[in-house]
Design a protein around this ligand. Structure first.
Ligand code: PMP
Length: 428
């Protein structure tokens, strides 16, 4: 496949946009080469500016559960736009999507909408600090919660891909309030808590991690965190920016039957428009301005176009719960196909999967946390990525990312992907 026009556009972009991109992972630094510039997308396919058709396993990093340019979502946006694109005043659709979201997610009474996952997580920890009166937070190495200062300490996703898990510009004062723990290691969390007795406001985590590739919570890990939080008056925050409305209608709380105190959302909840949200029980949410003293705001928050897209998307998921089963089955099929293609060629690997999230690490050991993810072979991943891209299969351009499966993918698309994988595996 040729990517000449993408190359030319990338050169132009680099003159006026740092690195040519508006979010670092897009620049392909982890895998080398030229990022693909998209012209349009429909269903499971991306169409790039060189006229290539790619089967998309990123799906805008998760939200396109129903595929690209899904008609009910697109139509909802068009209809809303005809009546104005922003007012900075309340609209009915905000309450409609809030009601729907709160009815789908366990253990929450109220939800506030923001414009990105970063904002949602940043606001959630402020709320936890305000509610508990304590300053410190625990996060896990390799988990990514957006680019706000408190989270850029051993972060996953692009932050590791670019070799800067701790970003310059984050002050020591901020960094000292973020305590780090090892994912899937309850003893380590207990140690961190006891070394900082009565100082920790919240533990935030991706309850199924997606930013060091896909890493499931070990058996009992989430339950253990719940117990530690209850014993120490710490709030448990599930960052469900990737998992919410994808792994189940009620997200990880429903899937693993563990309650969080605050849940954050992004991407999926906006049907692909820039939306984030955080939700909790009344007693916590009522701390938030204008009801309470914890300030949080946004001119474009609850934007009518974004709310209309999100509502159309959530409604379809809520009305058709078989969609979750369908994407899970497709992902399982892909899992088996990719595993056998790699096994046939004796390529050492680990595939982690939860529902419709899946990733391949070229690792000899199970990948259960950040250090085992970082231990996998990046050279093999690079070859795999470019091999697949050459076959028209677009997977995440970094081993520290997850693939997301959408329901628009047909079994023929999956077979084509597995076939490509067989071919690429002979070249690894
Ligand atoms: N939390 C998680 C789990 C994420 O995956 C991301 C983004 N990939 C974020 C937060 C930040 O969201 P955004 O990029 O919309 O700010």
């Amino acid at each position: 496949m040729k990517y000449e026009r993408s190359s030319a556009l990338f050169r132009e972009a680099k003159k006026v946009i740092p690195g040519g991109v508006n979010s670092p992972v897009r620049a392909f630094n982890a895998v080398g080469g030229t990022p693909v510039f998209v012209d349009k997308a429909k269903g499971a396919y991306l169409y790039d500016v060189d006229g290539n058709r790619l089967i998309d396993y990123i799906n805008s990093w998760g939200p396109m559960i129903l595929g690209h340019a899904h008609e009910p979502v697109v139509n909802a946006v068009i209809e809303k736009a005809k009546n104005g694109t922003s007012f900075g005043m309340p609209t009915k659709i905000e309450t409609e999507i809030a009601n729907l979201a709160v009815s789908m997610v366990p253990n929450v009474d109220k939800i506030r909408f923001v414009n990105s996952g970063t904002e949602a997580c940043m606001s959630a920890i402020r709320l936890a600090r305000g509610y508990t009166g304590k300053d410190k937070i625990i996060k896990f190495a390799g988990c990514y919660h957006g680019h706000s200062d408190s989270f850029l300490i051993q972060a996953g996703s692009g932050a590791v891909t670019f070799g800067t898990p701790n970003s310059p510009g984050v002050t020591e004062g901020t960094a000292k309030d973020t305590l780090l723990a090892r994912y899937n290691d309850l003893n380590n969390v207990a140690e961190v808590i006891s070394a900082n007795k009565d100082e920790i406001s919240c533990i935030i985590l991706e309850p199924v991690a997606g930013n060091m590739g896909c890493i499931p919570p070990a058996e009992g890990f989430l339950q253990g965190l719940r117990k530690l939080c209850d014993e120490n008056k710490i709030l448990l925050i599930f960052d469900e920016v990737m998992t919410g409305f994808r792994l189940a209608a009620g997200g990880v709380q429903e899937l693993y039957n563990v309650n969080a105190d605050i849940v954050t959302f992004g991407k999926v909840i906006g049907g692909g428009l820039p939306v984030g949200a955080f939700a909790a029980r009344n007693e916590i949410m009522e701390m938030l301005a204008p009801l309470g003293p914890v300030y949080q705001a946004g001119t474009l928050s609850g934007n009518p176009l974004a709310m209309a897209a999100g509502f159309a998307m959530l409604k379809e998921l809520n009305d058709n719960p078989q969609i979750f089963e369908s994407i899970n089955k497709k992902t399982e099929y892909l899992h088996e196909g990719v595993a056998s293609a790699l096994n046939e060629n004796k390529i050492t690997h680990t595939i982690n999967r939860v529902g419709s999230m899946i990733s391949v690490h070229f690792s000899e050991i199970p990948v259960t946390d950040f250090s085992s993810a970082a231990n996998a072979s990046n050279d093999t991943f690079k070859k795999f990525f470019h091999g697949m891209l050459n076959e028209g299969i677009y997977i995440a351009p970094s081993a520290f990312e997850t693939w997301f499966i959408c329901d628009a993918l047909s079994y023929e698309d999956l077979d084509q992907t597995i076939l490509a994988c067989k071919k690429v595996a002979t070249m690894l």
